[in-house]
Structure formats: C-alpha cells, structure tokens
Design a protein around this ligand. Structure first.
Ligand SMILES: [Ca+2]
Length: 500
C-alpha cells in the first residue's frame, strides 16, 4: 500500500511539518487490509432530515405489529422516520414515512414478495397521530425522539409525554468566574455566553480522549484524568518518554485546553470547561508519530478499557496524506476507517482535523473516514474560512457533507505544556485548533443527554442539526464560506454551535 505520512495540524507559524511515514513493509497494516471491507453505515441525507432512527426494541408494539402484518421480519431492524422540516423550523419535523432498515447496514428491508417495509400516512387520523405525530406532537409509538416540536423555543420542546427530548436537553449553566479569559473561539461558538458556561460536571459522565503528543498533567487549568502511551519516544530529545502525562512537544496540551480548560477563576476557559481529559500519546517530543499508533489508540479507546475510562469523544488533531487517485486508495480508506467505524459503533464521537493544505479532505486521514467529523478551520477575525484549511471539493454527496463541520482555528489561545512555555499559555493556528472545539461541543452534547444515539456518527447528525438550528434563529451566525455559500467548489460546512 502507499506510504502514509502523518502531520500535526497546527503550529504557530501556520506551517506544517511532514512527519513519520508508514511504508508498505508494515506487515500489521497489510494483514488488516485482508480483513477489511465491511460496509460503512453512512447516514443518508434523508435519514439526517428525519434526525431519528430507533432499534426495533425501542418502539412500541403497535408499530412492530404493523410491520409484522406487512410480512416484514424486524428482528434485526431499526426504524427510520422520514419527513420534512416544519414550516419556518430547522429542527422540528413533520414525519410522513417510517421505514424499517437493517440496523447494521441501513439497507431497506423488504417483504418476501419484494415490497418495501415502510408505512406512510393513511386515512385514519388516530393511527397517523400514533405513528407519525405532527409538528406539535411526537409519534406515540417511539420514545426519545431527538426532535423538537414546532413552536418550542429555547431548546426545551415538549414531545407530548412520549419520552425525553434529547435535542432540547441542556447542561445547567454556571457563572463565568471573573478572572477567566474567554478565548475568541469559545465566545464565537457561544460556549461562553451571557457571562455563563455549561457545567459539564453535572451531566452524564464524559471523558474526551486527546490522541496527540501527550498532555501536561501538571497544568492547573486542565482536568487530567488519565492516559496511555502508544508512542516510541524520540531518541533525539533528552527526557522524551511514552508517559502520556508528559508533553514536551506542547501540541496535545494546547488541544486539551481548547476542549476543556477549567472555569476555575484563573487562566482561560475551554469549550466544555472541566471535562475529563484522557491523553492517548502517539506523537513524540518532535511531533513525530505514525498512523498505525493512532489507529491502535482509537481501537483501545473503543475497547473495554477505554469505555471503562468513560471515553465518549476522541479528538485527533492530525492528518495523514493519501492520494485519492492511487489504485489502492479504497483499500487504504477501508483499512484505516475500520478502526474509526468501530469507535463510532462503540458510541464515540470522533472529531479530526481536516488538514492545513488548502486541499480536498479526501486526501487526508482520518478526516476522510465516513464516520469521522472532519473539522475545517474558519478565522473568527475575518469571518471566513481560514486560507490554510482543507475543504471538501465539490461535487460531494450529502453523506460526505454530513461529515464536515467548521470551527475557529486562527490565533487560538489555550494551555500549553510548561516544557514549551513558562506561562503555560500560547496562541496557535490550524485545523488542529478547530477540531477540539467540535470535540468540546460533542462532549457537552453527550453530557446533556441530547446526543443519545447509539453510534457516535449518528450523534454527529445532532451536532449538524444544531448548527442549522442556530443559523435558522440567527442568520448572521456562521461565516462567509459556510454551507449556505454555493458555486465555489469548496465545501467547508457550517460553524459548530455549542448549544448544550
Ligand atoms: Ca481557567
């Protein structure tokens, strides 16, 4: 297979270093290629519009019976509600159809006679209300639909007593401590607003894994909860080690502060202040690492130990270059992305830097993986996409666009290791700085209960819906190159919104 190079996606000068390469001689990678080839379960645009899918076990008997009567075997099914946004809303949906699909492949189920397993509205109003609800009430047959009803404001919609309202759940907010500095990105995406920040410690347990150069565990502005080393230390730098709590390079500590610097009346605040940070160290003291180590770290996070540690979000502020025109591109993608798909299937939301080359995201991993949120960078001061940021080249499918979001990435102030900066704080630029903004929002979404979908990727649709919701409320939110702009050939996605 082609050599893969891995780079950090941020530096003070905005330039990138080309780092370690993985050669064709990597036998582990070659062996895994043979085992790859599992179909990715990509959420389609229509599924995102519905914003909701539920395993058969989560829906009530009348609906299951209706499908069984049609001759559909729903044992391994999930149900997908489809519909249109209600008038004037970007979050409330008027459902018109519910379809049964294979819960693993998303393939449409059919009866033995070949008919699609789906239900549409019929002449009986009470049956329609039960199955499809309306803009003012959720379907009674399904619990916990992540949609709001028309007319709800402030994110506290009422689903008519048939379950919780995940899209409407938010974390309790607490006053911003007077001596905290609010970085421009944290302010722009409204994680800090009106003098308050969300209190993630009162939500569901969430730990964010930072796959990077380690995290300085002595930094007082970070809630460091643990780590694991996957890196071979540099022999060129005295004192380098695989210790995940040590960060001689500084990059990982900067990323961690953007995710969750504490609201502790000192320094600055991150997007999800005080969230637990778990350091998965794959870059050495020179910022050198390998993609295979990154894959190992993600696989570990999705396994029993990572889940026991509470890891629900993974940030990778790094990218490995691949050639989309290469003959083995599909194989490479399948091999690498399988690790990330397993993380998504474990319920983990994965955010990765889009890369800083001003090129198509498809040429960079893991950003190009279907279940990973590729985070582009925008410049808060300019109100436009950062000149260095990668983008999704048009034409692109709805599924590809559903994996791309934007976040602030220019001149981002955050924590840095004391090994690199005596003050413990420094500004850096890059998609490396954009990605942890999305990771922080993802953590808040999960902690609030709003991101309650079974896979990490399905939860990323909740983040996308929130970004659209904010634009619906406030068209000035966002930036000049966001998903509303057309005809440029470059898709950067919408600006993430810290709704929760
Ligand atoms: Ca602080």
């Amino acid at each position: 297979m082609a050599a893969l190079t891995i780079t950090e996606c941020g530096s003070a000068a905005g330039t990138l270093r080309r780092l370690h390469s993985i050669s064709a001689a990597d036998t582990t990678l070659e062996a895994e290629t043979a085992a790859a080839g599992v179909q990715d379960s990509i959420i389609t645009d229509s599924a995102m519009r519905s914003g909701v899918s539920r395993p058969a076990a989560d829906v009530k008997a009348p609906l299951v019976n209706a499908f069984t009567t049609l001759g559909c075997n729903v044992q391994n099914a999930k149900f997908v509600w489809k519909g249109r946004f209600c008038r004037g809303s970007t979050s409330s949906i008027n459902f018109t159809e519910v379809a049964a699909v294979d819960r693993f492949t998303n393939a449409a189920l059919r009866t033995s006679k070949g008919a699609l397993c789906r239900l549409v509205r019929g002449p009986n109003p009470s049956v329609n209300a039960q199955r499809f609800g309306s803009c003012n009430a959720a379907p009674a047959v399904a619990a916990g639909l992540p949609v709001r009803v028309c007319g709800a404001t402030g994110g506290n919609g009422n689903l008519g007593g048939v379950g919780t309202t995940p899209m409407g759940l938010v974390l309790p907010r607490v006053p911003l401590q007077p001596n905290e500095q609010v970085p421009s990105g944290v302010s722009l995406i409204e994680a800090a607003r009106g003098g308050s920040v969300g209190n993630i410690k009162l939500g569901k347990t969430v730990v964010v894994a930072v796959v990077d150069s380690g995290v300085d565990a002595t930094h007082p502005d970070l809630n460091y909860v643990g780590g694991k080393g996957f890196v071979i230390p540099s022999t060129a730098v005295p004192g380098d080690s695989a210790d995940p709590a040590s960060d001689l390079y500084g990059h990982g500590t900067h990323v961690a502060g953007i995710v969750g610097a504490e609201n502790d009346n000192s320094g600055l605040v991150g997007v999800a202040p005080g969230v637990g940070i778990y350091s998965l160290k794959i870059l050495d003291a020179q910022g050198v690492g390998s993609l295979s180590d990154a894959m190992d770290a993600v696989t570990w996070a999705a396994g029993a130990e990572g889940q026991a540690a509470g890891i629900r979000v993974i940030n990778l502020s790094l990218a490995a270059a691949v050639d989309p025109a290469a003959a083995d591109y599909a194989d490479t993608l399948a091999l690498v992305c399988d690790s990330f798909k397993r993380a998504s299937n474990a319920g983990i939301i994965v955010a990765a830097a889009a890369g800083n080359y001003g090129e198509d995201i498809r040429g960079y991993l893991p950003a190009a993986c279907p279940t990973v949120i590729a985070v582009t960078s925008m410049d808060p001061a300019a109100g436009s996409a950062s000149s260095f940021s990668n983008f999704l080249a048009e034409p692109a499918s709805a599924a590809e666009k559903g994996s791309v979001m934007a976040a602030p990435g220019n001149a981002i102030n955050s924590t840095i290791s004391y090994a690199r900066e005596d003050s413990g704080y420094r500004e850096l630029s890059g998609t490396s700085m954009a990605s942890p903004h999305v990771a922080g929002v993802a953590a808040a979404c999960i902690a609030s209960g709003a991101c309650a979908e079974p896979t990490g990727y399905a939860n990323s649709a909740v983040l996308q819906a929130a970004a659209r919701e904010r634009l619906g409320q406030q068209p000035a939110y966002g930036y000049s190159n966001d998903a509303r702009s057309t005809g440029t050939g470059k898709f950067y996605g919408n600006l993430v919104w810290a709704k929760w």
